[in-house]
Ligand binder design. Structure first.
Ligand code: NG1
Length: 528
């Protein structure tokens, strides 16, 4: 297990005199400061920034506590903030995007939390999620100041270029920037928040708007580092370890991000898509546990359905049947061995119901009543389904987690002979991931499939959806550098996908739809 170096690392802070000001701050801060001034009539005190991310491999496994391989990219969300000294504090929010109207709300004088109504879909709810987790952090960190007293009033101007609903984590970028801003505004410039704290508090933030997400997006957004991908682990503790791609002889390792322009609204589709998958994998873990006579932990911190998950099942199965006293600690070889075993158990115990489990089937397997199952698993957030596809979902989670370990092994042990061998091996894992997302997890869509097939025929070695899927973005492993295939892949996608599917698409829209981004810096602050 590698050391968690983030404990001591503060979120980077810059000012105009800083020598190595990161590119996103140089390019974007002057604009947002000017817009803040135009809106509120004075300069902000600081700008908080957090980026979007692309996930290279490891989809829909973070909420089962399995590790993932994302990287932060250079599209991001910025919040310019002025702290007000008001007796009756309030927060005013302005968004550079006119689709998001200005909002204003009061801060409770007794120091209680601002309420969030998850039944409405409003952009200010995402702000309130960041506000809530920051407030809760402040109450724990400095109870004497924040237990019975209100937070500071703020004027905020938000601007971002992470496409929304595209699987690049616009919501995590926003929430992480907000949480950082609220802590900075209330603690002042002499306090330096650690990356670990910001990551730890933001991973559960979207639960307050009813999305049962895992913590990948926030970890990547907070901890991103230039030229590094991140290996994000959730157990035994949350941590993000940066690593570089291997140096190849003739090519650069490049990832091209291609937007389907199909917007998947996570909030509205949650009952049949994201949240239903969380229910299916949680149910699968418990059916496996009942089948093999083990009991999963309940009351899990950060989980909406307090029922244990597929990683818990793996650990408890090994403790019971292999006399292993400690849970899996992330070691690659042990993980590969145990995940392979889990895939055998999934075949052995769930494959007989490939057509899916009805509520009655699950109740029987769990030895409980229909009502009990409904109450315990199906009421935390609304879901709609005919059957629960436990076999397919569990097989995806364990096989995808295995692919992440194989990808990490390939990168860290450099066991490849030529450049092409690296691209082929890493690409094959990405292609298997896409097949599993499509066939087993059913989170792909025709546009994703089409883009992947065009990219693969024109020089991509691995092509897959990234993020939750059902639309959004895809990611492609393409040899980069002067001898690479990036231009060929882009041209093919423009002619064979965008101009066919969206004949009226403009040059500017095309420009935004295909992103070739280097791994970027994570959350940071710019003090004026
Ligand atoms: P996107 O689609 O980028 O929001 C979502 C989840 C992640 C993860 C991926 C699937 C949220 C905020 N994020 O990402 O935690 O589960 O899907 O791998 O819901």
């Amino acid at each position: 297990m590698t050391k968690n170096y983030l404990e001591q690392v503060p979120v980077p802070e810059f000012n105009s005199k800083a020598k190595n000001l990161p590119k996103p701050l140089i390019e974007k801060c002057p604009g947002i400061i000017q817009k803040f001034e135009n809106t509120y009539g004075a300069k902000p005190d600081f700008v908080a920034r957090s980026p979007g991310r692309v996930n290279l491999i490891g989809e829909h496994i973070d909420y089962c506590d399995f590790s993932v391989l994302p990287l932060a990219i250079d599209v991001d969300m910025l919040c310019a903030v002025k702290v007000l000294d008001d007796k009756n504090p309030s927060i005013t929010l302005t968004n550079a995007d006119p689709n998001f109207a200005q909002r204003k709300f009061d801060l409770p004088l007794d120091g209680s939390y601002v309420t969030i109504d998850p039944s409405i879909s409003d952009w200010s709810n995402y702000f309130k999620c960041g506000l809530h987790v920051a407030h809760s952090f402040l109450k724990r960190f400095a109870p004497e100041r924040f237990t019975n007293a209100p937070l500071a009033g703020l004027q905020v101007f938000c601007e971002g270029d992470v496409p929304t609903g595209s699987g690049l984590s616009s919501s995590a970028a926003f929430i992480c920037a907000v949480a950082l801003a609220v802590v900075e505004a209330n603690m002042g410039p002499n306090y330096h928040m650690s990356k670990q704290d910001l990551m730890r508090i933001t991973v559960v933030a979207e639960h307050y708007v009813g999305v049962n997400n895992g913590g990948m997006d926030q970890a990547a957004s907070v901890c991103g580092e230039e030229d590094h991908a991140l290996y994000v682990e959730f157990k035994p503790q949350l941590k993000a370890t940066p690593f570089k791609f291997p140096q190849l002889k003739n090519y650069e390792v490049s990832f091209v991000i291609v937007n389907t322009l199909v917007v998947s609204n996570k909030f509205e589709t949650a009952p049949t898509n994201y949240n239903l998958r969380v229910v299916e994998v949680t149910t699968a873990a418990n059916v496996l546990a009942a089948t093999y006579g083990v009991v999963l932990p309940s009351e899990k911190e950060g989980s909406c359905i307090n029922k244990g998950n597929l990683r818990d099942f793996m650990d408890i199965y090994y403790a019971r049947y292999h006399n292993v006293s400690t849970p899996w600690n992330g070691d690659i070889e042990t993980g590969i061995e145990r995940l392979t075993k889990m895939l055998e158990l999934v075949e052995e115990s769930l494959a007989s119901k490939k057509q899916g489990f009805s509520v009655d089937d699950v109740a029987l397997a769990l030895n409980c009543s229909r009502e009990e199952f409904t109450r315990e698993y199906l009421t935390a957030s609304p879901v709609r389904f005919q059957v629960l596809k436990l076999y397919q979902r569990a097989k995806h989670v364990y096989s995808e987690s295995l692919r992440v370990l194989k990808a990490l092994k390939l990168m860290t042990t450099a066991k490849f002979t030529t450049d092409e061998d690296f691209f082929k091996q890493f690409g094959a894992l990405m292609n298997e991931s896409q097949a599993s997302c499509d066939k087993l997890y059913e989170c792909s869509c025709p546009e994703i499939d089409k883009i992947c097939s065009i990219a693969l025929s024109n020089g991509s070695y691995g092509s897959r959806l990234t993020g939750a899927g059902w639309g959004g973005c895809t990611v492609h492993l393409v040899p980069g550098g002067p001898n690479g295939n990036i231009e060929k892949v882009k041209k093919a996608l423009i002619n064979q996908f965008y101009k066919v599917k969206y004949p009226k698409i403009t040059e500017a829209e095309l420009e935004d739809a295909i992103i070739v981004s280097k791994p970027a810096l994570g959350s940071c602050l710019y003090e004026l």
